[in-house]
Write a protein that binds this ligand. Structure first.
Ligand SMILES: [Zn+2]
Length: 48
């Protein structure tokens, strides 16, 4: 009951995207540009 979910509530470590320099979670696809490990894995629809 008293086991708190402190570890879960912790904010994820933020790194920097190598591609766009935006704050992103390391070893995850950057939500800003969709790049991971130097290649685009997500298609980010940027508002033109
Ligand atoms: Zn990025």
């Amino acid at each position: 009951m008293r086991r708190a979910y402190n570890s879960v509530l912790k904010l994820p470590q933020l790194g920097k995207c190598q591609q766009c320099d935006a704050p992103a979670i390391p070893h995850r696809v950057c939500p800003a540009c969709g790049f991971y490990k130097g290649r685009q894995v997500l298609t980010v629809t940027a508002g033109a």
